[in-house]
Design a binder for this molecule. Structure first.
Ligand SMILES: [Fe+2]
Ligand SMILES: [Fe+2]
Length: 178
């Protein structure tokens, strides 16, 4: 219980730190090198915290020696589905606590209209993000990686090659820790 509240507070602090931390020159270079203007615009619509997080996922994968361009693009874009979702600090704290104590409620909260909309956006952001990535013309593999980056969602079956599966696992693993 104490650990979970600590985790929620940590997330909240992370969010505030991210709000005050602007992108530096290295970040901009990474974004310019990896994203076209439309993709960059989609990246710009997620919160500063999610931008920071996505860049950290990218940097960690690069440090691990990952070079596959579809994976690196997915790292930067995997959370674009949260863009414009009006997910505020209290939603984030609530989501961490609900996930810990009453996870089934997250699905009940995921309704597209009214006050529950931010929970809907958060819950389904891999699907929403994959749809956006497809519209942006990302490769089928990048779209698939975005769709499946959160292992908890129920999704249609996929028949990946061993290499594709390895890329997905790498993304899921790093995403879970950053
Ligand atoms: Fe995500
Ligand atoms: Fe993420």
């Amino acid at each position: 219980m104490f650990r979970l509240i600590k985790q929620a507070l940590y997330r909240a602090r992370q969010f505030f730190q991210a709000l005050s931390a602007n992108l530096d020159e290295e970040d901009w270079q990474v974004l310019r090198e990896n994203l076209n203007p439309e993709e960059l615009a989609a990246f710009g619509r997620i919160s500063a915290a999610d931008q920071r997080h996505s860049l950290e996922v990218y940097y960690t994968l690069v440090r691990e020696g990952k070079t596959h361009p579809d994976l690196l693009k997915a790292a930067l874009l995997h959370d674009i589905g949260k863009g414009g979702g009006d997910i505020h600090l209290w939603h984030r704290v609530a989501i961490v606590l609900i996930r810990a104590f009453f996870p089934i409620a997250l699905k009940w909260l995921a309704v597209p209209d009214g006050w529950r909309r931010p929970f809907y956006i958060h819950y389904y952001h891999p699907i929403l993000g994959a749809e956006m990535a497809k519209r942006l013309g990302c490769s089928p593999l990048t779209v698939e990686l975005i769709l499946r980056h959160q292992p908890t969602l129920e999704l249609p079956p996929w028949d990946p090659t061993p290499e594709q599966l390895e890329l997905l696992k790498a993304l899921q693993e790093v995403d879970g820790t950053k």
